[in-house]
Design a protein around this ligand. Structure first.
Ligand SMILES: [Zn+2]
Length: 356
């Protein structure tokens, strides 16, 4: 590998970290298709449309609001037993690994399907067991449990308690996610306080749509003391200056925001993305896929897009990767390992440049 033009080979070889990837949204249509085919003979499967059709709606009709029903009505109904969850998780891990991800934080909302004997606890256990079986030879994977905005405080507390129960098995944080038009985020204070007390990190979906970006909501979210925030689209200068002062880690999702038409003022181009506003500032930036199964853009492709739309060199991309390491939730040993991998990558590229 060498410095020089940013190529697909370069962004794939770059040791990358992925910090904002929803487990369910990261399942490829092909993997869903395989689960669907296996289930087709059963009564549950026969009701559902082929995922190759259901999960890739025409891009122009696809926006943030048509996006959540795909999960609520479709993917959750397909992956509704421990066997499917384990199969899908294993495939997701392989996909990230094949794309050169060396450190992965997957996030998921604990789900239950009692008719299939899957409680939320069994669900989390299944995901963690699959991660453990996959091993850490190439990619270290940790889990973040998500509170859904539609949850009650009690449900949110249950999620945090599950995270605490499985902290030693690799749960590192709590997320707040879900349809940004729903729910009241002010009710969750106790849940995030409990998480912090137990040393869990916090990341929040932040300012995704104008309706979830009122001053009250954003100030409330910041008062939960997040370690990182995701998306960060509809912000005001006051909020931005607070984020910058705190040096919060930013999980920025280029393809997701552009394809789901989430940019402000009807902007539609990659070059309009607020990555440009934050790049080079106080806050570490992690480029993230959000839902590669839906948007179809791998993390190496996100780096490629950043390079082409914001005029970044191969060395800039390496620095971007390195900058994100400090905001991981997996601890100091993982940071050391990642800095080591990135330093080694740099040495190889430097050597290629000076070699006769
Ligand atoms: Zn997300």
């Amino acid at each position: 590998m060498m410095w020089g033009d940013v190529t697909e080979d370069f962004t794939k070889a770059l040791p990358k970290i992925e910090l904002h990837a929803h487990l369910t949204g990261s399942i490829s249509p092909e993997c869903l298709h395989e689960i669907w085919t296996r289930k087709r003979s059963s009564s549950a499967g026969s009701q559902l449309e082929d995922p190759l059709v259901a999960c890739r709606p025409e891009a122009e009709h696809h926006d943030i609001l048509s996006f959540f029903p795909v999960f609520d009505k479709y993917i959750y109904n397909l992956c509704d037993d421990a066997e499917s969850v384990a199969f899908a998780t294993a495939q997701v891990l392989k996909d990230f690994e094949a794309d050169g991800v060396k450190y992965l934080e997957l996030r998921t909302t604990p789900r239950e399907s009692l008719e299939n004997g899957m409680t939320k606890d069994v669900y989390v256990q299944t995901v963690l067991d699959t991660i453990a079986r996959h091993g850490k030879a190439s990619t270290s994977t940790y889990l973040i449990l998500s509170i859904d905005r539609r949850n009650t405080l009690q449900q949110a507390m249950d999620t945090v308690n599950l995270a605490i129960k499985y902290q030693q098995q690799g749960v590192v944080g709590i997320d707040l996610c879900g349809n940004p038009l729903k729910g009241d985020v002010t009710i969750f204070r106790e849940a995030f306080e409990l998480a912090k007390t137990h040393g869990l990190k916090i990341t929040l979906h932040f300012a995704e749509v104008p309706q979830s970006s009122t001053d009250l909501e954003l100030q409330t979210l910041l008062s939960y003391n997040p370690d990182r925030i995701g998306h960060v689209i509809h912000t005001t200068p006051d909020i931005e200056s607070e984020i910058s002062t705190r040096r919060l880690g930013l999980e920025l999702c280029l393809s997701c925001n552009v394809h789901a038409k989430m940019l402000p003022e009807g902007k539609t181009q990659f070059s309009d993305h607020h990555f440009a506003k934050w790049y080079g500032g106080n806050c570490p930036i992690a480029l993230c896929t959000d839902d590669v199964g839906i948007f179809g853009s791998s993390i190496s492709n996100e780096y490629l897009l950043a390079a082409s739309h914001f005029n970044l060199s191969s060395y800039d991309l390496w620095q971007l990767c390195r900058g994100a390491v400090d905001s991981i939730f997996g601890g100091e040993e993982e940071k050391k390992r990642l800095y080591g991998l990135l330093d080694e990558f740099q040495r190889v590229c430097d050597y290629a440049e000076t070699a006769p």
